[in-house]
Design a protein around this ligand. Structure first.
Ligand code: UD1
Length: 446
């Protein structure tokens, strides 16, 4: 057990945090008031991590693709800008969440650095552009607050497939020399590398195997969409994606899976406020370890027919639990920060080990400002449950951190203001509206 003295904080100072909010905060920011006992039914949007890559995969065909259940989030708008910059014609019906992308006259293979720098998922155009034009030029996405985010696994494997890659400063130029199918062994099951390689391999003749591939549900949603376009993809054990190259693909017609990360946020909102929440579209079959940990905390979890839909009846006395993040089917790194918000109020000592990203515990310092007691040692947070959190001003440093702090704000006495919420808008389509429908007092000021 960690040294108790490390956890000792000046609680008076934390309580006074509530009054330290007199200065006006620059918009955009979230204001969250304590909202105990959230209750009701919440709807979900399409999965951010599936839709972005499915959008880049549309480059692989010529014609009009239709994608449904597309969230109107800022990352999606950014990806639309990217596709338009390459010559795609895009119509997005935000009300109906239907996206139409015409890639017939696509003529660009260079992605402007200002577009690349705004969203790391832009690197997922690399495979599709190589498959379509035989070349691509883009700026490296660079590091950000959760980690360095290198793309060496993408590059190494493209090279093995016969692509030459050159780097000048942070500009990467890649050119197909002689495409060849290969058995590619990933040293780590990177989601992005798996997706990028797969999107080049679908139009490479012969059989490509990606061994130790990422098997996240969002990777399977991409596979589903590619198969509907005419790709030939199957799965072998252990963790191998087998791609039989075809000559061309038809435009896509696909409905994006529901967002398991957003589902976990709404379930946690029920948990942290001691409420009773039903998320009928939650893909419970993809959320095993998360739901298991919720049960270990003492919450009652009911799963719907065929593994779809989750009801949570929160315990009033949650228990501490420990977890480590890992590639699927391990505990998802993208649920780690939101889950930590709930652990701050659990009885006992929890540990959370982040193994996927090297710097993804920054939200812990912000939770501390609200009265949480968290000690960080390298990649592990040790969380001693407290009786109460207190509202104050906090800063979100990535998408999931913004969710974590909003959840903590729902339980904290008084009210919490959160800046850095452009991350919130990047990752979610009106999560604040979905929380309000459950009775939460949460407002996004823009
Ligand atoms: C995707 C998700 C992100 C999620 C992550 C892990 C999208 C748009 N984003 O990101 O929300 O947190 O999966 O589930 O789908 N790495 C390298 N070299 C590489 C590639 C990755 O070292 O070439 C490292 C990364 O720095 C990181 C780890 O591998 O530490 C996992 O990265 P990866 O699985 O590739 O994540 P992304 O696809 O970027």
């Amino acid at each position: 057990m960690a040294d108790q003295s490390i956890f000792t904080q000046d609680v008076t100072r934390i309580k006074e945090g509530m009054f330290a909010q007199k200065n006006p905060i620059e918009a955009p920011y979230l204001e969250v008031h304590q909202s105990l006992g959230l209750e009701g039914q919440a709807s979900l949007s399409g999965a951010k991590n599936a839709v972005l890559v499915i959008m880049t995969s549309l480059i692989l065909s010529r014609g009009v693709s239709v994608v449904r259940n597309v969230p109107a989030s800022d990352d999606v708008f950014q990806m639309i800008t990217l596709l338009e910059s390459l010559g795609a014609v895009v119509i997005f019906d935000e009300e109906a969440n239907i996206l139409e992308v015409d890639t017939k006259n696509l003529d660009g293979y260079r992605v402007k650095p200002e577009i690349m720098k705004k969203m790391r998922a832009s690197v997922l155009v690399m495979g599709p552009l190589l498959a379509r034009f035989g070349k691509v030029e883009l700026a490296l996405p660079g590091g950000d607050v959760i980690g360095e985010r290198p793309v060496d696994y993408h590059i190494k494997n493209f090279e093995k497939m016969g692509v030459s890659v050159e780097q000048h400063g942070d500009i990467l130029t890649a050119c197909v020399q002689h495409l060849q199918h290969r058995n590619l062994l990933l040293e780590y099951p990177s989601v992005g590398a798996t997706e990028n390689i797969m999107m080049l391999a679908v139009l490479t003749s012969g059989t490509t195997r990606i061994i130790n591939a990422a098997l996240e549900p969002e990777v399977f949603d991409l596979i589903e969409s590619l198969k509907k376009m005419g790709a030939r993809i199957s799965i072998e054990t252990p963790a191998t994606i087998v791609i039989d190259g075809v000559e061309h693909l038809s435009p896509a017609n696909h409905t994006v899976m529901f967002d398991r990360m957003e589902a976990s946020a709404l379930i946690l909102a029920g948990a942290i406020t001691g409420g009773y929440v039903h998320v009928p579209q939650a893909p419970a079959h993809d959320m095993g370890l998360f739901l298991m940990k919720m049960q270990e905390m003492g919450h009652t979890i009911l799963i719907g027919k065929d593994g779809v839909g989750v009801k949570i009846k929160a315990t009033k006395t949650p228990r501490a639990v420990s977890l480590r993040t890992a590639p699927y089917p391990g505990f998802p790194t993208d649920m780690q920060a939101p889950f930590m918000a709930a652990l701050t109020l659990a009885q006992g000592v929890s540990t959370v080990k982040e193994t996927v990203w090297e710097n993804r515990l920054t939200h812990a310092r912000e939770l501390d400002k609200m009265g949480a007691q968290i000690e960080i040692h390298y990649d592990t947070a040790t969380i001693r449950g407290v009786e109460e959190l207190y509202g104050t001003h906090v800063i979100a440093s990535d998408i999931r951190a913004s969710c974590c702090l909003a959840l903590a704000g729902l339980a904290a006495k008084g009210y919490t203001t959160i800046s850095g919420v452009y991350h919130w808008k990047r990752g979610y389509q009106s999560l604040e509206g979905k929380l309000r429908a459950l009775g939460a007092s949460i407002t996004l000021f823009e």
